[in-house]
Each structure stands twice: as C-alpha cells, then as structure tokens.
Design a protein around this ligand. Sequence first.
Ligand code: SOE
Length: 388
Amino acid sequence: MSKELRVGMIGYGFMGRAHSNAYKRLNDFFPVEHRPVLKAVCARNPEKAKQFADNWGYERVESDWRKLVEAPDIDLIDIGSPNDTHFEIAIAAAKAGKMIACEKPLAMDVKQAEEMVKAVEAAGVPNMVWFNYRRVPSIALAKQLVDEGRIGKAYHYRATYLQDWTISPDVPQGGAALWRLDVNVAGSGVTGDLLAHSIDTAMWLNGPITRVVGKTATFVTERKHAVTGKVEPVGIDDACMFLAEFANGSMGTFESTRYARGRKNFNTFEMNGADGSVYFDLEEPEYLQYFEYTQQQSGKKTESHLTGWRKIHTTNSEHPYMDRYWVPGTTIGYEHTFLNALADFVMGIESGKPTQPDFRTALQTQRVCDAVIESARSGKWMETGVSQ
Ligand code: SOE
C-alpha cells in the first residue's frame, strides 16, 4: 500500500532540481511504501517558480514560504534555498509538524544550528541534511571497510575539495546564481560550501574532529554585487586550509579552494591506518582505491611481491546501493546520490530507525566549520566542542 509523501519545495536552483529529480525517481528504484507527490514549489521569482513547477511537475506555485509551511496538504518541507533562509524556514516547518529535508550547510552558524536541532527534536519531526556524498557507493564502501576494521588504527585523514569557477574578478557576487559569493547570504565561502562536505565525510568515516587550526584567503577582495549593482567588499573565504585532530588520535589535513585552475569538483580523501588505506576522488566516482596490508581475513600470508593498491570498480550488486540499479560494470551518476539519500531517509521513517545525517549530526559539522573560521581569524587552535 502506498502512502503519499507530499512535498513542498523551497528554492528552484541547482539543488531544487537535484532534490526534485530524487523525489520523482524514488519509487522507480527503491521498494518503499511512500510515494512522493510534488505538491508545490515556492520561490521569490514567480515566473521562474512557474517554469520550474511546469518542468518538474509540481502541482502549484506558492510565493510565500510561510503559507507553504502551514499548508495542510504538505508533509515534507524541502529547504533548497540559499543558506540564510534555512534557519527561519526550518524552525517554522518544525513548529508546523512537517518533516524537513534541508540542504547543507545546515545553518549560517552554530547558534542557528543549535536552535534548529532543538526545534526538530521538540517537534519530533523526521529531519535530514542533504550531505549527498555519503551516498556515493564508493564512499559508502569506504565506510564499510572502516567499520569492518580493515584500515585498523587510523593515523592520517587527508581531504581536498577544489573548484575553479570564481577565479575571474568579473564574476559578480549575490543574486540567484551567485549568492554563494555573498557572505551575508552564504555565511562563509568554501568552508561552509565545500569543506562542510569533506568534514561530514571525515567524521562519518573517522569520528569526531576535536581541535582545528586554519587559514583562509580571499583572493578577490571586491566584486560587483548583482543585486545592488555596486562594487562591494567580498566577505567570503575563497580558499581555506586547516589541520585537525581527531578524537581517535589521528591527524587530518583539509584544503579547499575555488581557485584551483582545472579542478571542477575535485573532492578527494585518503585515510591511512595501520592495516590499510582508502582513497577516493569524485572525478572518478565509480572507483574506490584500497590498500590492504594484512591478509588475515583470507587466511593467506602476505605475498609482498603482489602488494599494491586495488582500484575497486564499485558497480557490483554487493556494493552499497548498486543492487537497485544496473548490471555490474555499469555506473550511476551524481543525481543518484540524492536519490540514495532520499531512499535512506524514507526507509528510516518506515523502519523507525532515523537516517543520518540528521540536524543533530549536521550541527557537529557546523561546529567544526565555525571553529575553522574562528581559528583563521584568531590564528589559534580552536576546540570544536564535538565529542561524539
Ligand atoms: C558549489 O559550487 C557546489 O555547487 C556546492 O554548493 C555543492 O554542495 C557541491 O556538491 C558542488 O559544488
């Protein structure tokens, strides 16, 4: 028997599209009881919202998110709008008893994120943050290998997240397409936008980050603002590097920039432990590289002339999520990471075992982001306050 999951989408940009695609395809690939119904989309520009609704098949357009949040025919509010809107919408949606799926980063800062966690927990509403990269099969396989103890005691965690789309000083800041460059709307630059992904993955695989020291840079210090038309100071971090200590005693390095010429979405990590290592690169997402040091599982002795990195093509039905898709050797894409995330969320609702990351987990990532920004300001090591 199918139950309707009536979706109210807020925002119609890149993420509005990625999330809408997931709602539309869920039942084609996953055997869940809920059936998403695209009820309404809400956005500031009514014409664009109408185009979006027609394109993706939303039944109606709302111009005021408050009305959408209160609407009795909506079960789930999807927050795909810019970062500065997440807080107010999430608090209101929780009060109205709606489920919430929110884009990352959860909030503009820890203070907002803490209140958002309180609101969803007081209301008891299912909630999730779209950290979609956890749902790349290769990354989920890395998590499986870590949990199986194949990496052993962790020593190092190394992450990079590099892009190159803001190098030109002629790129404006602000407005529908470029709000990520406007600090008042985004909260931060690459730290909240890109490193939040790296931090979420890192803490999922390797546990809490307890202390950080960071350095940020803003290479283009003034840009024309697309809304005001004036040249205004740039408040975001264009690049950020930080060192991290994990609760398990391992060391981490994180680097992110939007000024790495040629790098489009170069999201990588490597984890090195006593018994093995894993390496992932989002530009080759269908591979996980794995170095196995001990061969105890197979009962064989180490044959040192055969040791080396394995490049695992994560397309077998035994690999995470892949039994839902095609035959071995055939790949899935970026859009499926959102579909997998939605499936996990819905299965969490149906099984009563809430999926991760929820708001509380995303708050931990926000704590690390805020500590990094604060450390870059003060030049000092900062405790993150993340302990579990
Ligand atoms: C920024 O360019 C961006 O779109 C991020 O906002 C997304 O979270 C990331 O996955 C891809 O890059």
